[in-house]
Design a protein around this ligand. Structure first.
Ligand code: SME
Length: 160
């Protein structure tokens, strides 16, 4: 059963309406999702930098995290390379998992797509094994679509 109420999608849409600063959008989006889901230890974003061809740490809630991840590396880089969301029930069994916070045991990642470009990855970690359901994954995909609607890719590219 999902522990994430689908109303979070409408809440994000209402909160972010008229906002076009990507740092502002992503900061509050990470706060909303972190508050909406129990049993998390990290919730935030990695944004793709075309300058360095890396996924760079963006707004988040949680402990200090890795700052740069290469496409194809770890859970985040795999989601970026495959351009799809992914549930990892046990991160210790995921080849190449990047351990930023030793408390993490399971993880879900969802791409943020603006037009035909994946501009970043929503990354959520839990200390509980097998924490994330497919139902929550589907809700998070809808949340990512709403968040991406308020992302100005050109403004993002001035930072990342
Ligand atoms: N575990 C991720 C790295 C990011 S942290 O979880 C915040 C990965 O393997 O890509």
């Amino acid at each position: 059963m999902s522990k994430l109420d689908p109303i979070v999608v409408a809440q994000l849409d209402a909160l972010l309406a008229d906002e076009n600063n990507p740092v502002t959008v992503l900061s509050n989006a990470s706060a909303v999702l972190n508050a909406a889901m129990p049993d998390l230890n990290w919730c935030g974003f990695y944004l793709y930098s075309a300058r360095t061809n890396t996924l760079d740490l963006g707004p988040f809630q949680g402990q200090v995290a890795c700052m740069h991840i290469q496409p194809g590396r770890g859970v985040v880089g795999t989601s970026y390379a495959k351009k799809r969301s992914l549930i990892v029930p046990n991160v210790h069994e995921f080849a190449g998992h990047i351990a930023c916070d030793s408390a993490s045991n399971s993880e879900v990642v969802v791409p943020l797509q603006v037009g035909d470009r994946v501009v970043g990855i929503l990354d959520i970690d839990s200390p509980t094994l097998d924490r994330f359901t497919e139902e929550e994954q589907a809700i998070l995909e809808q949340a990512a679509t709403v968040i991406a609607k308020y992302l100005d890719a050109e403004a993002l590219a001035t930072v990342y």
